[in-house]
Design a protein around this ligand. Structure first.
Ligand code: PML
Length: 249
C-alpha cells in the first residue's frame, strides 16, 4: 500500500518564516483514497483553534517512500496532582525510576527552559545530560506517524480514555518515539497556555499522564527525549523525521 503524509501548519501575522506566530499544526498518514478526507480534517483543525484565526496556512501532500511500520500504543496511566510543584516533582521521580540520574534530569530541564520558543524536541544523552541534536532553537520535529481514528476509538473506549485529538496525537508521537531502541524516556508538556497536563513515557513504564506540569497562561512547552548516547544521533533523527509509523492496537 502506498501512503501519503499530509501536513498542515497555520500561523497568525504571516508565515512562520516571516515571524508569524504558530497557531496550530497537524499531520496524517493516509492512503491515496483518504487524502481528501485528511485534508478536510486538517484544514478544519487549522481554522478552529483556541489561539485565534490564522492568516497563513500551508498544506503539504507527500508520498511516503519507506515501508510503513506498525507499533502498539503505550499503556496509559493518569496521575492527578494537586499543584505544579507536585507534578514537576512526580515527573522527576518517574524519570529517575526509569533510570535517569537526577543531575541529568535537571540539566535537560534547564536546557529545555532556556529555549522558550522551541516547538520541537530536545535530544539529550541519558548518561551525561548533554544535548545531542544540532537543531538549535527549533528542536527536532517528529513526523510521519498516525493512528487510524476507528482503531484509536476502540482503544479509547476499552481504556476509558477521552476521545480527544490532543491525547491521540501525543500518544501517537510517544509510541513512535519509544518504539526506537535508543529511546530511554520522553518528558513532555504542551506550549498551549490553556493546557497544563503533560506526561513521562517509556517502553517499560508506558504513557504516564500528570495533570499539572505548568501554570495556566504559561506558553512554554517542553519535549525532551532521553536517549542512549551510544546510538548514532543522525540515524535516530532520521527515524524520528522520516520513518512512517502507524499505531495499531
Ligand atoms: C495528554 O495526555 O493529555 C496530552 C499531553 C501532552 C500534550 C502535548 C501537546 O499538546 O503539545
Amino acid at each position: 500500500n502506498t501512503y501519503f503524509n499530509i501536513r498542515m501548519r497555520a500561523a497568525q501575522g504571516g508565515a512562520h518564516e516571516l515571524g508569524g506566530k504558530h497557531i496550530s499544526g497537524g499531520e496524517q498518514l493516509t492512503t491515496y483514497d483518504q487524502i481528501q478526507q485528511a485534508v478536510n480534517a486538517l484544514v478544519e483543525k487549522g481554522l478552529s483553534h483556541s489561539r485565534g484565526n490564522p492568516d497563513f496556512m500551508q498544506l503539504q501532500i507527500e508520498m511516503v517512500n519507506r515501508p510503513v511500520q506498525q507499533t502498539p500504543p503505550l499503556p496509559l496511566t493518569t496521575y492527578d496532582v494537586v499543584s505544579v510543584e507536585a507534578g514537576q516533582a512526580f515527573a522527576r521521580a518517574r524519570l529517575h525510576h526509569i533510570g535517569i540520574k537526577k543531575e541529568v534530569i535537571e540539566q535537560a530541564y534547564e536546557q529545555a527552559m532556556a529555549q522558550p520558543s522551541m516547538r520541537g524536541a530536545l535530544i539529550v544523552d541519558a548518561r551525561t545530560g548533554k544535548r545531542l541534536d544540532l537543531e538549535k532553537e527549533r528542536g527536532v520535529r517528529v513526523s510521519k506517524m498516525d493512528w487510524r481514528e476507528a482503531n484509536f476509538s476502540k482503544w479509547a473506549d476499552a481504556h476509558d480514555v477521552p476521545h480527544n485529538p490532543r491525547i491521540k496525537e501525543a500518544l501517537t508521537l510517544a509510541a513512535k518515539v519509544s518504539h526506537h531502541p535508543a529511546t530511554i524516556a520522553e518528558w513532555c508538556w504542551s506550549d498551549d497556555p490553556d493546557y497544563v497536563t503533560g506526561y513521562v513515557a517509556s517502553k517499560d513504564s508506558g504513557y504516564e499522564r500528570i495533570t499539572k506540569l505548568k501554570e495556566y497562561g504559561n506558553e512554554q512547552g517542553c519535549r525532551i527525549f532521553f536517549i542512549d548516547g551510544t546510538y548514532h544521533v543522525d540515524d535516530y533523527m532520521d527515524y524520528l523525521k522520516e520513518q512512517p509509523i502507524l499505531i495499531q492496537w
